[in-house]
Write a protein that binds this ligand. Structure first.
Ligand code: DGJ
Length: 385
């Protein structure tokens, strides 16, 4: 009898220990119920999510997070564009690599190229998922400044790589003055001097890149209520943002575009629309180091865009809480619910870059971002509207 009792106790003990070990090792998924900006964020397999500079697509009840896969030592692409999926935005499942790098050394997306800031949009007419991303050709640093496009029938991929290029070759921006078009494409003025700044504002680099196409580095996409899609990117040596219209199938540029904040040195564009007004959040240009975010608003994508200042408020607002914007996510099913998605880069250990997700609210018609150590989506139900 005693022997039987003892065996039963030992059996229970073994089961308990196994349960503990299995959950500790990450075999059972961590269940998040809130966002913890800046902390490690584990996927369903127990690994820190590897989707930097990302963007999110919502499709039929699921969110798909696309981002850059980064390694330990390098920012270059050796895996490709990652995809994670989630129903609740807190817990993420790792899907297959959405757009793998190519093993062909002659491919534009060969391993060792730079693939940054991917964004995916869904085209209702063609029923295709379209990914655009910033592409730098292998071995050329950031000189190529191209945008690349890939397409898939399924949200999670695999995506078929189509092409990359500098957009809007041979096209003038819609807000470009007639008398700027015939001026020279070079200047005697030294960089960063007042005369040079004036030249930049009056289209120096648009003229320089007119034939070969405009530079396209940090970028985002936006689909408007009428189904028109826009590609917003840092152009002109990162000095000026361009907003470009995409074709109806979202696979090319129509050639219609404007410049935004010429010479203003904006990177990391992220956009949302609330009550018919467009709000754009950007950063300054300080490489991987954080700086103060900026914001703009407009009643039309075609401008005029009004500068609104730094949307971050509180301690470390001057460095946007050590983050740089990448996307603004509308929360499905909630009114006026937007999440600022930013990256806290770790250039010495890129894979360890952290995600700074915070709610964005409008105050006096300006976007405002405040820090929370922990928060959840119920914050959007507490708004005083
Ligand atoms: C800042 C950009 O926002 C990043 O995406 C990346 O291109 C780095 N610069 C490279 O220095």
């Amino acid at each position: 009898m005693l022997k039987k009792f003892f065996n039963h106790k030992a059996y229970t003990y073994v089961i308990l220990m196994m349960t503990f070990v299995l959950s500790y090792e990450g075999f059972s998924q961590t269940k998040y119920k809130a966002f913890h900006p800046g902390e490690l964020w584990l996927d369903d397999q127990g690994d820190h999510i590897n989707a930097h500079g990302g963007g999110i697509l919502y499709h039929k009840g699921t969110y798909y997070w696309f981002g850059e896969n980064k390694g330990k030592d390098s920012n270059n692409a050796f895996v490709g564009i990652m995809c994670y999926s989630s129903k609740d935005l807190y817990n993420w499942k790792r899907e297959a690599v959405a757009l793998p790098v190519s093993t062909d050394p002659d491919s534009e997306i060969t391993a060792g190229s730079i693939m940054e800031r991917p964004k995916v949009i869904y085209n209702k007419k063609t029923k295709k998922f379209v990914m655009w991303f910033h592409l730098e050709l292998k071995g050329q640093g950031y000189a190529a400044a191209r945008t690349g496009v890939a397409v898939s029938d399924k949200p999670g991929g695999p995506y078929e790589y189509k092409k990359s290029y500098r957009p809007n070759a041979g096209q003038w921006p819609e807000n470009f003055q007639e008398e700027w078009k015939d001026r020279p494409a070079t200047t005697e003025a030294d960089w960063w001097t007042e005369p040079w700044r004036k030249e930049v504002k009056e289209g120096l680099f648009v003229r320089r890149d007119f034939e070969k196409g405009q530079m396209s580095r940090d970028m985002t996409l936006f689909v408007d209520d009428d189904g028109k899609a826009y590609h917003i990117h840092s152009a002109e040596e990162n000095l000026t943002l361009h907003i470009s219209e995409l074709s109806d199938d979202y696979l090319s540029f129509t050639g219609r575009y404007i410049t935004l904040a010429p010479g203003g040195h904006n990177e990391a564009p992220a956009i949302f629309k609330q009550d018919g007004v467009y709000y754009l959040i950007t950063s300054g240009c300080t490489g991987w180091d954080p700086n103060a975010a900026r914001s703009f608003k407009s009643n039309s994508m075609w401008g005029p865009w009004e500068y609104l200042g730094n949307p971050a408020q509180g301690e470390h607002a001057n460095l946007t809480f050590y983050s740089q914007s990448t996307y603004i996510l509308p929360v499905h099913g909630k009114k006026n619910a937007y999440i600022y998605m930013g990256d806290r880069w770790r250039p010495k250990d890129p894979i360890d870059g952290r995600y700074i997700w915070l709610p964005v609210f409008l105050e006096h018609d300006k976007p405002v971002i405040k820090w929370f150590d922990e928060w959840d989506l119920s914050i959007f139900d507490q708004q005083m509207h």
